[in-house]
Design a protein around this ligand. Structure first.
Ligand SMILES: N[C@@H](CCC(=O)N[C@@H](CS)C(=O)NCC(=O)O)C(=O)O
Length: 216
């Protein structure tokens, strides 16, 4: 078995996949850095693996899968069957899936939409409308946090994905602790985790620094 994860450290979805691998103790995953600046993700060799040219992409022998959410669920169901990160109980799983779709459809796209004009189109500021969308993601997340973790009493895959997108968004629009007390307390709990310290914090700061360096 050869498992390879193609990633970029500043990428929130790549960090979510990396943290899933750490949280579930999935061994022997070779990490491959994709040279974004040099356009490596647009080269033929990468496009054969993932025609959508996104990171992360997972290679499992001759099988390729991309989208961080699909990668995480694949890894957990294949290599970590009894994990509490993604329990088999239909209702628990449905809540986690709802949160994952929220990340995939709202949290991460709102972050990506806010920084893409700066990263790729030379814009020198982030539009207020884009910041409002990020804030709306914080508002919904605050409402989801009726218990300790994003999908209930237990730490799950949902927390890993929200950690990646929300900690990164915090670099662009700092979370106001008075306005979002539950979200702030939850993020502080996440900050205690080893893989947050090792993977998510430095990657988020790296992303923030790149954006700040491009803003006027
Ligand atoms: N929904 C995808 C989003 C992946 C994504 O947009 N990744 C960005 C980096 S953060 C990327 O690869 N951008 C390069 C491109 O789209 O060409 C996932 O969760 O994996």
């Amino acid at each position: 078995m050869v498992l390879k994860l193609y990633k970029v450290d500043a990428s929130p979805p790549a960090r979510a996949a990396l943290m899933t691998i750490e949280a579930a103790n999935i061994p022997n995953v070779e990490l491959v850095d994709v040279k974004f600046q040099e356009g490596e993700h647009l080269e033929e060799e990468y496009l054969k693996k993932n025609p959508q040219h996104t990171v992360p992409t997972l290679e499992d022998d001759d099988f390729y899968i991309w989208d961080s959410h699909a990668i995480a669920v694949y890894l957990l169901t294949k290599y970590s069957k009894n994990t509490t990160l993604y329990p088999s109980d239909p209702k628990q799983r449905a809540i986690i899936d709802q949160r994952l779709h929220f990340d995939s459809g709202i949290l991460f796209p709102n972050l990506r939409g806010s920084i893409e004009p700066v990263l790729y189109r030379g814009e020198k500021s982030i539009k207020q409308e884009a910041l409002n969308k990020i804030k709306s993601g914080y508002e919904f997340s605050e409402k989801f946090l009726t218990k300790r973790w994003i999908a209930g009493d237990e730490f799950t895959l949902a927390d890993i994905f929200f950690m990646a997108s929300i900690r990164s968004s915090h670099e662009i629009l700092p979370i106001d602790g008075a306005e979002f007390p539950k979200l702030t307390a939850w993020l502080n709990r996440c900050k205690e985790l080893d893989y947050h310290k090792k993977i998510n914090e430095p990657g988020s700061v790296q992303l923030g620094n790149v954006i700040r360096s491009l803003l006027s």
